[in-house]
Design a protein around this ligand. Structure first.
Ligand code: ZN
Length: 320
């Protein structure tokens, strides 16, 4: 991490100066080592300081961090989802759902399935950090020509056993041809990357003009983050290296020639209740598994999402 004096560091998102924001520890695995985060004075991104190198980042991930289970049966989308995809996202080839779903699809689309992506016939799509390949398989079932990139070899093998096309390594190592994809998706990935600028530059290179990238990442301007501070579950110290908000993510994407197409935030009782467990030091049954607490957390997540202050940010950008 570059230091520019007066305890200031350079923001990896926009290059402006940042100062101390918070210090926390790995609460998910109950480790005691402290990790420091700075906040950018310009774009309000937060970033780990000093930024760890690759070997140290690898040490943040215990062997049981992600369980890559083989894919089960493919679940067909519900009638409501099929109607929204067919009538609002251009999936005209899908079979028509029963009569009432066509009528109510507009109302359903206003409140649900807002993170679906407009269909491009046989469009080539890439899911970065594809895990066990569930998303790739779902996309292929909807008519996309989707493949993936994944760092974890166990996950890659799970994908390949399911017949999915996946590159083992990181995006830069894959060396895809320039302007060769219609769509790139990166869900819960960019916050784990020490150099988000280089990641977005590579996404821009491999996308066709007019191609889109969909990014999902924690929102550090959420009500949850305000309420729980350094104990907010989605900080996920120390594995989350950079925490974004809509403005800072958009600034980064604009810098690489993208324009914002749509964005929204979502919230769930899970993040609220896991954060609450960090606050009270709950080591017993997680609050998210207690019905009453889930019921109490639901209105908070509902209102947070309604005011665009949800914990998870989803944004789609188009390469101009
Ligand atoms: Zn910044």
């Amino acid at each position: 991490m570059k230091s520019i004096g007066n305890n200031m560091t350079i923001c990896p998102v926009c290059g402006a100066g940042g100062t101390f924001s918070f210090e926390s520890r790995d609460m998910m695995y109950d480790k005691q080592e402290a990790h420091c985060y700075h906040v950018c004075r310009n774009c309000r991104s937060e970033y780990q300081t000093p930024m760890p190198n690759a070997a140290r980042i690898a040490s943040f991930y215990p062997d049981d961090y992600d369980q890559y289970v083989p894919l089960g049966e493919l679940n067909r989308p519900s009638h409501a989802k099929t109607a929204v995809l067919k009538y609002h996202y251009g999936y005209v080839h899908l079979p028509a759902p029963p009569f009432p779903y066509r009528l109510i699809s507009r109302a359903v689309a206003a409140v649900r399935y807002k993170d679906e992506l407009p269909y491009i016939a046989a469009g080539r799509a890439l899911d970065i950090g594809c895990g066990n390949g569930r998303f790739i398989r779902n996309m292929n079932a909807l008519g996309w020509n989707c493949e993936g990139v994944e760092f974890n070899l166990t996950a890659v093998n799970v994908c390949r056993q399911a017949g999915l096309k996946v590159f083992h390594g990181d995006l830069h190592q894959a060396k895809y041809e320039s302007a060769s994809f219609d769509l790139v998706t990166a869900r819960h990935l960019i916050e784990h990357v020490p150099e988000p600028d280089a990641l977005v530059a590579e996404i821009s290179r491999i996308l066709k003009p007019g191609g889109q990238v969909a990014i999902e990442t924690p929102n550090n301007c959420s009500w949850g983050r305000k309420m729980f501070g350094r104990r907010w579950f989605a900080n996920e110290v120390p594995r989350h290296l950079v925490l974004f908000n809509t403005a800072s993510l958009t600034r980064l994407l604009n810098h690489h020639g993208f324009r914002l197409r749509q964005h929204q935030t979502s919230a769930s009782p899970k993040i609220i209740l896991n954060s609450w467990d960090y606050v009270i030091g709950n080591r017993g049954v997680p609050s998210r598994k207690k019905k009453l607490r889930r019921i109490l957390a639901r209105p908070i997540s509902f209102w947070a999402a309604l005011f665009n202050k949800g914990d998870i940010l989803f944004a789609v950008y188009e390469k101009t």
